[in-house]
Write a protein that binds this ligand. Structure first.
Ligand code: NAD
Ligand code: UFG
Length: 346
């Protein structure tokens, strides 16, 4: 059985589908602070399989101990965490508490239970503000953080790298840890029944585009058109969430294989291609035949110019590569939003 923390969330729910479709049993723990139980009901409907669910907080030591003693957990995927960059600048302690403490409690209970195979949700944000000559980014690129959210991911990565190092000193069973650095996940399951449903005003580009297209927002604000990029707008490596979810299955399979994962290994999960904000707006409008009203506004503080991945390591070691295109991303995003104008709150 695979324990999925934060499994009711956007990436977690898509990963549950891929796990179930690959015949893994899945147990989710989620406190539903940024998600809905409805997402897991839809996962069950899509797959025709059931998902175990415990409503609770990963920081709850006693609950986590109980889970590891009641269930035969083989490996853990740890999605649970907070992810809004702006909020993390205003409420850094909330971010350090949730993101770091949840990982600490999780790893302590895993170690006590002798379950030492972990997949961790990291982010391309750990590359800070990369200079153009470092693109595409490999896992060796310099690490830094520009905000408390990013710093929480960096601190956790450092902590995770200490665990296999300690095994050697203690002659203990080895940890195997896949640190997956996601680039920019977008898109939704092709059924249009499962998707990204941010509460309040979306921070991220794609939900803002889809909510503008459905009429919930008047227009998209494009944050700056004077960056040193193809059209002056920010460039990112957008990855379809289903490809990303499949990357987690590959990482779990590798961890559970005889070969395993040696220590704590970081893997970039991205397509390798950079897309600008205006290119994304154009792709969305053309594929879905809808107009997106937009205006150019000032740069968003803390935004970086451009980054995209070199994902060769994931291809070589996890046998993973992206399959879905930019057109799939914009088509599936619109399919979800147009079928669920108000997200899960129909
Ligand atoms: P999400 O908010 O949709 O999912 C996170 C889930 O974790 C939610 O269901 C939330 O209720 C749950 N949760 C949060 N704290 C918890 C706690 N202490 N105990 C139990 N449950 C808790 O976010 P997502 O986009 O699916 O992101 C998942 C992970 O991937 C996060 O760690 C995030 O930092 C990371 N990540 C996301 C992106 C992105 O752009 N979406 C990019 C890079 C990395
Ligand atoms: N953008 C706009 N208008 C908007 C929203 C975004 O122009 O309303 C632009 C941004 O300026 C940026 C691009 O669209 O150039 C992408 O912005 P997002 O907010 O969608 O994504 P970020 O690259 O800023 O950050 C996201 C997550 C982080 C994560 C990072 C890498 O929010 O948590 O991807 O995975 F760390």
């Amino acid at each position: 059985m695979i324990l999925v923390t934060g499994g009711a969330g956007y990436i977690g729910s898509h990963t549950c589908i891929e796990l179930l479709q690959n015949d893994f049993n899945v147990l989710v723990i989620d406190n539903l602070m940024n998600s809905s139980f409805e997402a897991l009901k839809r996962v069950e409907k899509i797959t025709g399989k059931s998902v175990g669910f415990i409503e609770g907080d990963v920081r709850d030591n006693a609950l986590m101990k109980q889970i590891f003693s009641n269930y035969q957990i083989e490996a853990v995927i740890h999605f649970a965490g907070l992810k809004a960059v702006g909020e993390s600048c205003a409420l850094p302690l909330k971010y350090y508490d949730n993101n770091i403490n949840s990982t600490l409690v999780l790893c302590q209970t895993m170690e006590e239970a002798g379950v030492k195979k972990l997949v961790f949700s990291s982010s391309a944000t750990v590359y800070g503000d990369p200079s153009p000559e470092t693109l595409p980014l490999t896992e060796q690129a310099a690490l830094s953080a520009t905000n408390p959210y990013g710093r929480s991911k960096l601190i956790i990565e450092e902590m995770l790298r200490d665990l296999p190092a300690a095994d050697k000193l203690n002659n203990a069973n080895p940890w195997g840890i896949a640190i997956l650095r996601y680039f920019n996940p977008v898109g939704n399951h092709k059924s249009g029944t499962l998707g990204e449903d941010p509460s309040g005003i979306p921070n991220n580009l794609m939900p803002f585009i889809t909510q503008t297209a459905i009429g919930r927002r008047k227009e998209l604000s494009v944050f700056g058109d004077n960056y040193d990029t193809i059209d002056g707008t920010g460039v990112r490596d957008y990855i379809h969430v289903v490809d990303l979810a499949k990357g987690h299955v590959k990482a779990v399979e590798k961890l559970l294989s005889n070969e395993g994962i040696n220590g704590a290994q970081a893997y970039n999960l991205g397509t390798g291609s950079g897309v600008s904000v205006l290119q994304m707006v154009k792709a969305f409008s053309e594929e879905n035949k809808v107009t997106i009203a937009y205006k150019i506004v000032d740069r968003r503080p803390g935004d970086v110019t451009a980054y995209y991945a070199n994902a060769d390591k994931a291809q070589k070691e996890l046998n993973w590569t992206t399959e879905l295109t930019l057109n799939d991303m914009v088509k599936d995003s619109w399919n979800w939003q147009s079928k669920n104008p108000n997200g899960y709150q129909q």
